[in-house]
Ligand binder design. Structure first.
Ligand SMILES: NC(=O)c1ccc[n+]([C@@H]2O[C@H](COP(=O)([O-])OP(=O)(O)OC[C@H]3O[C@@H](n4cnc5c(N)ncnc54)[C@H](O)[C@@H]3O)[C@@H](O)[C@H]2O)c1
Length: 449
């Protein structure tokens, strides 16, 4: 099938590469000329597992190409994915949907007189698809252009894997022709027989996506609130999370305590949904989501307090080796990164963090030029009083050589892991204290404290 992907950022570019991998002929449309040029040359503008490899392979054969021209996409493709951004409005009261509306308004008049499907993947609040349908009805005969709302559930860091093997495909649509278009574009996935296609109306598809994000963040904030209780009572939150997660109704997914959710999606999606449900008069939902956000907003402060405790007092002038900048492991995305939120709190408290990240240094330097950075983990560790793991990259949490390597460079062997992700054993054996949220500090065998 000939498809276009309009908006080639963290969602759209991997989606375009995945569509080419499924066998489609794909054109990606990207407004930003630099990003478009890199993509067209087969060079990934950000880190995402397997993305670079697929991008290079499919741009080389010509099955995947990129352009800044909407007209080229309109002419070429029969199905147009909309994957542009939906940032929060400047006043924080819901999404700024101008990129979505703008992309559809730019595409419609360019479409040739043959059937086409517009398939929205961007995350929007309920009502946006209805608004787009009105715009489509004004521009084109509804019989010719179909609208589908097909929210995306991929996890950054696993974007390619999740696009090729999604948990489910949700399609909000209203005509048999729209259903046929979705079944055709996802045919290679559906043919495997292990992925459910949920066909529903556009409003349900919109709410389903928002509800998925709301539930994930509720789980995260729940276990983080329990971390607070454990801190006060001396209980161990990792054991609590493990023990309650055995109950199948609760589960272990999304239950690792830590510094809270971040990134380009969850924080703004929950904020926009909270606002929208409030606007709609859904008071209970509004109360629940407000609490979820409140807990998350407090995590950087809780983590900064833990660092202070681990230091044994105020952080004034304290040199900190700060490992991690991306909002989570597996991506170079630093948007709304909890790690950088904590680094900011530490600076406010007088500390001097030096940040290292295996993939996100360029992005962090570009978006947060005020911090100090090191180009290698070795440089970041030099003469630190504390080591803070801000992002759960496996090379920080599970490299058995790091505790000894770090021990030779730092001034004090104190590790603060605000993701509760570290395998503490090798650190303790190498003589480190290990501090995690909602847990008692772990001290090396034979230490005096
Ligand atoms: N990033 C994710 O993992 C993810 C997952 C699920 C859903 N989403 C949703 O997908 C949408 C996109 O997210 P993102 O993280 O990729 O954002 P992003 O900002 O990384 O990418 C959006 C891209 O669209 C481009 N763009 C804007 N208007 C355009 C136009 N008219 N024509 C061509 N290009 C245009 C921008 O230049 C930008 O590169 C958002 O609604 C987000 O909530 C993202």
């Amino acid at each position: 099938m000939r498809v276009s992907v309009i908006g080639c950022g963290h969602l759209g570019a991997p989606h375009a590469a995945a569509m080419a991998e499924l066998g489609h002929e794909v054109i990606g449309v990207e407004l930003d000329p630099e990003k478009c040029k890199a993509l067209a040359a087969g060079v990934a503008p950000f880190y995402e597992a397997r993305f670079g490899e697929l991008l290079a392979a499919h741009t080389a054969t010509g099955r995947l190409r990129f352009s800044t021209s909407m007209a080229e996409a309109a002419d070429f493709a029969d199905l147009h994915f909309i994957a542009v951004g939906t940032p929060l409005r400047a006043d924080g009261r819901g999404y700024d949907t101008s990129q979505v509306i703008g992309a559809v308004e730019a595409l419609l008049p360019l479409l040739p007189p043959r059937p086409a499907a517009i398939v929205g993947k961007s995350t929007v609040t309920v009502g946006t698809a209805a608004r787009l349908q009105q715009i489509i009805d004004r521009f084109a005969s509804a019989a010719r252009v179909d609208l589908v709302w097909n929210p995306e559930f991929l996890r950054e860091g696993h974007a390619i894997e999740d696009s090729l093997r999604p948990d489910r495909i949700v399609a909000g649509l209203s005509t048999p022709k729209a259903r046929a278009a979705i079944e055709e574009v996802y045919a290679p996935i559906l043919a495997r027989g292990d992925v459910e296609l949920i066909v529903t109306d556009p409003a349900t598809a919109e709410v389903l996506k928002s509800a998925a994000n709301a539930f994930l963040t509720t789980k995260i904030s729940f276990i983080n609130a329990m971390a607070e209780v454990c801190e006060i009572t001396g209980a161990d939150v990792n054991t609590v999370a493990y023990g309650i997660g055995i109950d199948k109704r609760i589960g272990h997914g999304g239950m690792r305590p830590g510094i809270g959710y971040g990134g380009g999606c969850l924080p703004k999606d929950v904020r926009a949904f909270t606002h929208r449900v409030g606007e709609l008069g859904a008071r209970d939902a509004h109360g629940l989501l407000t609490a979820v956000e409140h807990v998350n907003d407090g995590r950087a402060r809780a983590a900064a307090e833990l660092v202070e405790k681990a230091n044994g007092g105020p952080l004034d002038g304290c040199p900190i080796s700060f490992l991690g900048a991306s909002f989570k492991a597996g991506t170079s995305d630093v948007r709304d990164s909890p790690a950088l939120r904590l680094a900011e709190r530490l600076v406010e408290r007088g500390a001097a963090p030096v940040i290292y990240d295996p993939e996100a240094l360029d992005a962090a330097r570009a978006f947060h030029p005020g911090f100090s950075y090191a180009d290698t983990v070795h440089d970041a560790l030099q003469a630190a009083d504390l080591v803070v793991i801000g992002t759960e990259w496996p090379q920080f949490t599970h490299d058995p050589g790091l505790p000894d390597e770090a021990a030779a460079l730092v001034r004090r062997k104190v590790l603060v892991d605000v993701r509760n992700a570290v395998d503490a054993g090798p650190w303790l054996l190498a003589g480190w204290e290990v501090w995690q949220l909602g847990r008692r500090p772990q001290r090396p065998p034979h230490s005096a404290a």
